[in-house]
Design a protein around this ligand. Structure first.
Ligand code: PLP
Length: 390
């Protein structure tokens, strides 16, 4: 709920309905992954328009098993040494699984207004070794999927879609998270729906779905669907309960998360509508602002947050803005993770930097403040007032 005269980065969106769902699980005494998780997966897939969804314990885990699944496909698997294109601005765990599976990461600059791929740079970055593009719709703002899909088609590339920040967004009327052959979502506390911790990996491909279910769960066969193409069932097999076929993980969610996910999913449309209403107010106040560049919407953003970049031509940076926000009780953070290449961890990653001028500006001159699934137009007025002093 909103706090008086303050704008936090995130706030709890649970009410008595989530509490009731949690209590139901507690009464059932079934806490480990089971029917609630399955029901949530099916409802989630239906809601966003994908055939399959596999829930895990975080968006990062959703990325991990999503990337892993490409390495165990029967046809055209990814292999260590292949190249993948990534945007300079994203969350750290977009990149880690790519690195951990031995891919070479080609970093491409972002557009200073949309904060998604700078499309001419993306096209230039493709080489003969490129096998995949990782598309990340930043802070609710859909990527330009038409030109990205055209590049994938032209060069025979996979499209991996990290949609962890953009549940509820649409590009040409189609939900984000339905464009990649594998797409991921996060249901962490601050996201569009919240199970506190949680993530989903989605696909329309049955083999990939079977791989994801095994990879999430020790790499075993136990909860494979009938007709799974990734192993052959043996009659009367003593090892059936503990039969390992893939080098997987245990990244299962629990029933509590599944049960809350079902309740939150019913609220998604309302949450996104309210976020968009807040955003309309934000845009009306800040469009064409002389000091800040705000995020330019592509399609229909689900407005995770509101971003500001101090215009590069100005002789001062965000340091001038932050004390005003602090005084007004408005919380802020660097935009997603800023430029990943500027973080210490980048030294461990096999990468090529194809240019990151705009990502550096985001890193050095940018910040975001929170949007919420309740009316914060008054707080946005406060934000406007605070930043007018800069
Ligand atoms: C783009 C992106 N990918 C992945 C993640 C990881 O999600 P989680 O925090 O649920 O692990 C995040 C987290 O916010 C994210 O922003």
């Amino acid at each position: 709920m909103p706090t008086k005269n303050r704008l936090e980065l995130a706030a709890d969106s649970w009410d008595h309905r989530e509490v009731r769902a949690l209590n139901e699980v507690i009464r059932s005494r079934r806490f480990t992954m089971g029917p609630k998780v399955l029901a949530f997966e099916q409802a989630f897939a239906k809601k966003i328009g994908r055939k399959y969804a596999v829930m895990s314990n975080s968006g990062s885990s959703a990325n991990l098993i999503g990337i892993a699944s490409y390495f165990f496909r029967k046809k055209r698997p990814l292999q260590a040494g292949d190249e993948v294109i990534v945007p300079c601005v994203s969350w750290a765990t977009t990149y880690y699984p790519l690195h951990q599976y031995g891919l070479k990461l080609r970093f491409v600059d972002v557009d200073l207004e949309t904060l998604n791929y700078h499309l001419p740079s993306l096209e230039r970055a493709i080489t003969r070794k490129t096998r995949m593009i990782a598309a990340v719709s930043i802070l609710g703002n859909p990527c330009e999927f038409d030109p990205i899909l055209a590049l994938c088609k032209k060069h025979g590339l996979y499209l991996f879609e990290d949609n962890c920040e953009s549940l509820g967004a649409r590009y040409r009327g189609k939900p984000t998270g339905t464009f990649g052959d594998v797409s991921t979502f996060s249901t962490f506390f601050s996201h569009h729906i919240s199970t506190m911790e949680g993530g989903l990996t989605c696909t329309d491909d049955f083999e990939t779905y079977c791989l994801l279910r095994s990879l999430r769960n020790h790499g075993w066969t136990r909860d494979q669907d009938p007709g799974s193409p990734i192993f052959k069932k043996r009659p009367r097999d003593f090892f059936e309960a503990y039969r390992f076929i893939l080098p997987g993980y245990n990244v299962r969610p629990g029933e509590l998360q599944g049960a809350v996910g079902l309740v939150q999913l019913k609220k998604l449309d309302h949450f996104v509508a309210v976020r968009r209403k807040n955003a309309a107010h934000f845009q009306a106040l800040f469009a064409g602002h002389p000091t800040f560049i705000i995020q330019r919407e592509i399609g229909e953003s689900s407005w995770f947050a509101f971003t500001f970049i101090v215009r590069p031509e100005l002789p001062f940076s965000r340091e001038r803005a932050l004390p005003h926000l602090k005084r007004a009780g408005i919380h802020y953070r660097v935009v997603t993770g800023g430029n990943f290449l500027r973080h210490d961890v980048a030294k461990y990653v096999d990468l090529v930097d194809t240019g990151s001028k705009n990502a550096d500006l985001v890193h050095d001159r940018g910040f975001f403040v929170g949007n919420h699934p309740f009316d914060i137009r008054r707080e946005i007025d406060l934000l406007h007032k605070a930043l007018s002093k800069v």
